[in-house]
Ligand binder design. Structure first.
Ligand SMILES: Cc1ncc(COP(=O)(O)O)c(C=O)c1O
Length: 374
């Protein structure tokens, strides 16, 4: 006997989410925004750290000032905005708030999580840690939602012991790792037809699909089972670890009870606020340049013999090679040239696939040279 007997049994099947640090010249494997911030922005951020930060004081418990800035952006009440240490933390808060640890707390409860697959791995990972049952619904061959299968998954599940349907459903739009942008209508219909399920529309990459945001797209107030989730990580600020969601005030209150106080550092709060209030135009330019470079990346990848390049709506592109061996060979060739890409060959339904994040002009020159056409 040892303390090990007390470890959550669900951890056994999980692996650590780990990405080894790299100094490769072209890191095109992590869906970051590769465009560098101009010197004047970096200088302004340094000034904030030098002049304004009180290192000896706690930050605000809930990042009030940043929440106000975000609320203004979204035209909502600040109490609807909950910030997290990256949206990873928001995912965890949502699953914690919407799951039952003991069925006796609410007899017949214990709603499950529904996710289409493949999708962002942290949804299922966090659910597994917490013991929330997960129902996965494979995407169709075009990486579009399988609507009938989604509807079946969202209802009560036979043999689950619960008469309730899904508690929560995460829909990343655009989706990671497929870069697909599934039908707006299908998503809207699901949200309307399953009012007892919380739908989290994860807009981590929506900046790269202009005009596609769900936020603000509703006629009248958004449905109370709809949550908008976003992050600053994909738009130039991955180092800060700032994610957030906008939810109905009742759900936001529940999340705030789950959230650790002071969960986002004052450094991150202050730097995020500075960018959002003073340099939003520069941020838009970084995103616009990335969208332009995505076109070149798609063309380059399309020139790889027998590569199938899927439509890309995020800041990365999914490519399928005829075999896993060919995909791994491409990855190795590029790595040798200092270009890192993501191997997805072991992901179910993605045999032969790699994911390539959009790089700077210099990254794309390096990629082009490595592909033998520089
Ligand atoms: C779809 C999606 N959502 C959320 C996240 C988490 O982002 P972060 O925790 O950096 O805010 C990622 C990261 O890759 C993602 O791909």
């Amino acid at each position: 006997m040892s303390w090990r007997q007390h470890l959550r049994a669900s951890l056994d099947a999980l692996s650590v989410y780990d990405v080894p640090p790299s100094t490769a010249p072209s890191r095109m494997h992590a869906n970051e925004c590769a465009e560098p911030w101009p010197a004047e922005v970096r200088e302004a951020l340094a000034e904030v750290v030098r002049g304004e930060l009180e290192f000896n004081r706690y930050p605000d418990t809930s990042g009030r000032t940043l929440r106000h800035v975000l609320a203004q952006r979204h035209g909502c009440e600040p109490r609807q905005v909950v910030i997290g240490n990256g949206s990873d933390e928001v995912i965890s808060m949502l699953l914690t708030a919407l799951s039952q640890t003991k069925p006796s707390e609410q007899p017949g409860a214990g709603g499950h999580l529904v996710i289409p697959t493949p999708t962002f791995v942290m949804y299922a990972h966090c659910a597994a840690v917490l013991g929330v049952p997960v129902v996965e619904v494979p995407l169709d061959a075009r990486f579009e939602l399988d609507e009938p299968a989604m509807r079946a998954a969202l209802g009560p599940q036979e043999g689950s012991g619960s008469e309730r349907g899904a508690a929560i459903c995460f829909l990343a739009r655009p989706n990671n790792p497929t870069s697909s942008l599934w039908s707006r209508q299908v998503v809207q219909d699901l949200i309307a037809d399953f009012p007892d399920t919380v739908f989290v529309i994860d807009e981590a990459y929506t900046a790269y699909a202009p005009g596609e945001s769900f936020w603000g797209a509703w006629e009248g107030p958004p449905p109370d089972n709809y949550v908008h989730m976003a992050t600053l990580s994909k738009v130039g600020l991955a180092a800060l670890r700032v994610g957030y969601c906008v939810a109905h005030p009742d759900l936001a209150l529940a999340l705030d009870k789950v959230r650790h106080p002071y969960n986002v550092s004052q450094t991150s709060i202050a730097l995020a606020e500075t960018v959002l209030t003073r340099f939003a135009d520069v941020q838009d330019q970084l995103v616009a340049k990335t969208i332009a470079n995505r076109g070149r990346l798609v063309t380059l990848l399309g020139s790889v013999p027998e590569a199938e390049v899927f439509p890309a709506h995020a800041n990365f592109v999914l490519v399928r090679l005829p075999s896993t061996a060919r995909a791994l060979a491409l990855r190795a060739t590029l790595a040798e040239a200092g270009v890192l890409i993501k191997d997805l060959t072991k992901t179910p339904a993605l045999a032969g696939c790699v994911r390539v994040s959009v790089g700077t002009d210099g990254d794309l020159d390096r990629l082009e040279a490595a592909l033998g056409r520089g």
